[in-house]
Design a protein around this ligand. Structure first.
Ligand SMILES: [Fe+2]
Length: 270
């Protein structure tokens, strides 16, 4: 292992990783250090990368095997495990706080984004530390959350192909607090619009509680805001964070990110 440097970006979340070229094979010790750093810092930025789709897919395996994304119309035709995030093909920015693909039995450990075309201002990505959010809740609410489970499915069905709805809209149940498989800590875990309901609650009461939680839990002290530069790779730990996109950029400019999601464990509360 040579030259790996991990520099925290805020007091709560985020670190910049330098000394690693993701276009080249990464040795086993370095891979392990990077995977451990993700569990600790929850968002990792690798600046100045230059990647082909093949190199990017190989680098993503540091965090887990790439998994198929359910908006198949946005997946790269020759590399279907890479999704294109690009407003010009009709996508809306995912501007609400969420974690990715909770409609999967084994949802992603990590969402990996590579900045290919970046607008001159705005269009950032924010990541919130849901481990810190859990720790800040009153003890009685922590105890209550640890008893709750969400029932998940697809949300944005207008923008989803029929075959993807068949494959990915089966009800999947997850705990609302999950234990991080490598870090051992607990974090609040849900996707507000993929949650059909919290078990034992109506859809309306579930939505109102989840929105209330988001409002109370997420504040600037636990957020890292990433302002994109071309060539950045941002890795988000989906097991203990939520993230959101910002649509505050000039739509005559391009914003293109390549997204890979790396499969993780079935969420459990230990
Ligand atoms: Fe997302």
């Amino acid at each position: 292992m040579t030259g790996l440097t991990i520099k925290p970006l805020t007091a709560s979340i985020g670190a910049e990783v330098s000394g690693v070229d993701l276009s080249k094979p990464v040795d086993a010790d370095t891979r392990e250090s990077i995977a451990r750093a993700l569990g600790e810092h929850l968002a990792l930025v690798f600046p100045d990368q230059s990647l082909t789709p093949e190199q990017y897919l190989e680098a993503a395996t540091i965090f887990g095997p790439p998994m198929r994304q359910h908006y198949s119309q946005h997946n790269m035709p020759d590399h279907p495990d890479i999704g294109l995030i690009w407003h010009r093909n009709g996508q809306r920015p995912a501007d609400r706080w969420h974690t990715d693909h909770t409609n999967r039995e084994k949802p992603p450990a990590a969402t990996i984004l590579y900045g290919v075309e970046i607008p001159s201002a705005g269009g950032g990505t924010s990541v919130a530390n849901m481990r810190a959010a859990f720790e800040a809740l009153p003890a009685d609410e922590q105890a209550r959350l640890m008893t709750l489970k969400t029932v998940n499915g697809l949300d944005n069905k207008d923008d989803t192909r029929p075959e993807d709805i068949v494959a990915y809209d089966k009800p999947i149940v997850h705990p609302m607090v999950r234990t991080h498989p490598t870090h051992g800590s607990k974090a609040v875990y849900f996707h507000v619009t993929k949650t059909k309901c919290i078990e034992g609650m109506t859809p309306e009461a579930s939505q109102s509680y989840l929105n209330d939680l988001l409002e109370r839990m997420i504040n600037p002290d636990i957020v890292y805001h990433h302002q994109w530069r071309k060539g950045d790779v941002l890795v988000i730990d989906d097991r203990a964070t939520m993230h959101r996109a910002h649509g505050d950029y000039d739509r005559s400019q391009a914003r293109v990110l390549w997204r890979i999601i790396a499969e993780g464990d079935k969420p459990v509360l230990l």
